[in-house]
Design a protein around this ligand. Structure first.
Ligand SMILES: Nc1ncnc2c1ncn2[C@@H]1O[C@H](COP(=O)(O)OP(=O)(O)OP(=O)(O)O)[C@@H](O)[C@H]1O
Ligand SMILES: [Mg+2]
Length: 242
């Protein structure tokens, strides 16, 4: 089976220090991976480096369906089908969700742009309704509650339909109904052609979205790659025993 993503000896540097210290792993097509690990172990830095955030300098190889994407910018990686939902989504003054999505779903002609507009609007409205997000007309994330920011990320995922979805603590700040709605959204997008990397601290979301594999990060390294049973062990014993 071909991996959608292969990472070989990835080191990530930011703020003058090495944060991710040589990780290698593959994500198979159609599977869901959970990434767990103590605060500060490098999970978000890993996601940022995979997505091509220029603040995070990376060495090693990142292959998306066999193609080395190291030379490509975050924008180009997004166009290649990668998507990152941020742990702390930025507030973007002057840009609404609709505007962002219309641009991001890149129409190639004027006719397509008009058609695209209608589709984006429809999907956005449906997603917003299902998730209980009534802020789609406002500037993106500006004054949004923590949960609303996460819901807005999910609406973006639904509209863009990426093939590799990186979700960095998508469950943080969500109430119990919202958590279920977000999990439903992820589950409805699961499929043979799409893979998910789900960074989380809690088993709560993993009850709804069953991961195929759990990667445990500690101090910039992946120290364990195991089945979902490890989640219970982590909850009971913490990371000390892993
Ligand atoms: N841009 C940056 N500049 C300087 N240091 C950074 C930067 N980004 C991350 N770090 C540092 O790297 C380490 C790993 O941070 P990271 O956010 O990747 O951890 P994490 O595993 O996602 O933690 P958490 O579970 O708390 O979200 C931390 O010590 C953090 O302060
Ligand atoms: Mg983090």
């Amino acid at each position: 089976m071909t991996a959608i993503l292969s990472v070989e000896d990835l080191h990530v540097f930011a703020g003058g220090k090495e944060i991710v210290k040589g990780v290698s792993f593959s994500l198979e097509r159609g599977k869901v991976y959970a990434v767990m690990g103590p605060n500060g172990s490098g999970k978000s830095s890993l996601c940022n480096a995979l997505m091509g955030n220029p603040e995070y300098r990376a060495t090693g190889r990142i292959l998306l369906e066999g193609k080395d994407i190291s030379p490509f910018s975050a924008d180009e990686r997004a166009r290649m089908g990668m998507f990152l939902s941020f742990q702390n989504p930025e507030e973007v003054e002057g840009v609404g969700l609709e505007q962002l999505l219309r641009k991001a779903s890149r129409p190639s002609s004027k006719v397509e742009e008009i058609r695209n507009w209608a589709i984006v609007k429809g999907k956005m409205r449906d997603g917003g309704k299902r998730l209980g997000l009534d802020a789609t007309e406002r500037d993106l994330n500006v004054g949004f509650s923590g949960g609303e920011k996460k819901k807005a990320e999910i609406v973006q995922m639904e509209v863009l339909q990426p093939r590799l979805v990186l979700l960095d603590e998508i469950d943080s700040g969500l109430d119990v109904d919202a958590l279920r709605a977000v999990a439903d959204s992820i589950n409805s997008m699961r499929g043979e052609e799409r893979s998910f990397l789900l960074v989380t601290h809690y088993s709560r979301i993993l009850h709804y979205v069953k991961p195929d594999c759990v990667l445990v990060m500690k101090e910039g390294r992946i120290v364990k790659s195991d089945g979902a049973d490890i989640i219970k062990r982590i909850e009971e014993m913490g990371y000390g025993g892993i």
